[in-house]
Design a protein around this ligand. Sequence first.
Ligand code: JFZ
Length: 596
Amino acid sequence: MSISILCAVLFIGFAAALQSEPITQDQRMEWWRRSRFGLFIHWGLYAIPAGIWKGRSIPGIGEWIMYSAKIPVEEYRKLAKQFNPQKFDAKAWVELAKTAGMKYITITSKHHDGFALYGSKASSYNIVDATPFKRDPIRELAEECHKQGLKICFYYSQVQDWNEPGGYGNTWDFPVQGDFQKYLDEKVKPQLTELLTEYGPIGMIWFDTPYNITAEQAQSLKDLVRRLQPACIISGRLGGGVKTDYISTGDNVVPGSMIATDWEVPATLNDTWGFKVEDHSWKSPRQLTIILFDIVAKGGNYLLNVGPTAEGVIPAESVAILHKMGEWLSVNGESIYGTEASPFQREFSWGNLTRKGDKLYLGFYQWPAGEFYLEGLLTRVEKAWLLADPDQKGLAFQQTLDPSAGRPRLSLHLPQQGPDEAVSVVVLQLTGEPMVQQGLFQSGDGSVLLPGVLGKISRAGEEAQLNFGSRTGGSDGWLDPAIAIDWDFHLEKPGRYRVDIITMETGQHGDPAWVGGHTFEIHSAASLQGVIRADEREYSPRAHYWHRIHTHAGCLTYNRPGSQHLRLQPLSINPEQKPDGQPGFTFKEIILTPED
Ligand code: JFZ
């Protein structure tokens, strides 16, 4: 008996034993919650054309080339005869992920093109049987991951399969949709069974494009995974409305607020998943580190992608970026791994916070040289220091906790320069669990931020709902002008304030959409009316592809300090459609900035 078969047998025994003692959701998610950062690998036959078909650059993401160029099955399948990635080195890939500070690897076992990157018995269209390479990279990677202590996870395209008449997506070869159930029974289930029985413990199955699948069909896939490996996590994109173990956001989409469940952002280093020779739009390590910190501060995981070449090489630019992130994590990992979301349910213009026990980690995306103020913290600070400082030299601070002062405030005296060009982290050791006074306060720089997520949402006096979670931080599907948002906030300095309304671009990454033209009213110290227009387009690393659009709504003058109120009421919402769907009023927040 070969080692791998022995392992498989032992493993099935192990899984069966586990079944008698059902695993809890918390147990299943434990490693995942601790990990926070994983490596996505999109690798397959599409790495050969690398975005170019018959001399023509094909727009869009690399792994979609068969679809985008409408390549007939017979022609695309011939790529397999050329696939011979002699430079593939599982050990080096796993080492790279480790060096980058990543704790799991999710690799495409079968993408939409239908080609299996492992030795499948259920379909001969696979790397072992159909290519001169003949090796099974999924097995080599799984073994390396097990050896080096990383979790191995498999992406599997359950709905789209452009190689099969029963799979969805290929309308150029199969103008009439074939039998999807037959495809599920004869390809998907046998392949998932192989993946879940022949490669040892699998961290998760990453399903994708959750459309055109019924609740029963999706449930049958979930049941299959649960039966074979009860501890295996099921990704957010299964479909059929079936509940899975966590939520996947849209690609590269960092939600504007906390989501009250486990969630993960799948994201690219450039603009493609599968390798494209012409894609040089690399994000900087600084941008990516900010996004990592922001995701973790909101309680999520970051799954960051590389697209190896047809030779089996991870592009040098990707390696360099991941090394940089790994360097940052080797100093600042304490603020990431095993942490929880920020106790402040909001973003700050300077950055964000993570929390572990009685410690808070302030991640600065912009370094506020000199005095820095944090409003709302009710727990006493014992000591503050720079996480990058090996001597943990205390930073000077003052704290006002007296409720008569109007709001609790921490003033921190920071050095002129932050220790890190990406995210500089300050640790606050507290005397107990962080307690936060939820409320909206004027910040140290005099501005007041009124985020949609922290407003009171109503419709004709009744409580109503708006979703700020799933898109780029702007509200999702605000089409009803009868919905209004109210905020109570505390103002310290009376005076004249400029009012900016922030809306977000939406759309697929690399192809942003924005619709303005909505009309609104603001009621506060005075009433303002206006039209949502793009007066300013601001880049934000948090949202990367999607700009923040400022509408200058006018000025408000407050004569007294203390409690204030502001209401935002749309008068009309422009129903204009974009190809990617209907943005509606993609409101994110209002910012009041002192005029003098
Ligand atoms: C999918 C795939 O089609 C793509 O090739 C890649 O594998 C990516 C990780 O996932 O594409 C999607 C799926 C969902 C969204 C966007 C792209 N989404 O919800 O915004």
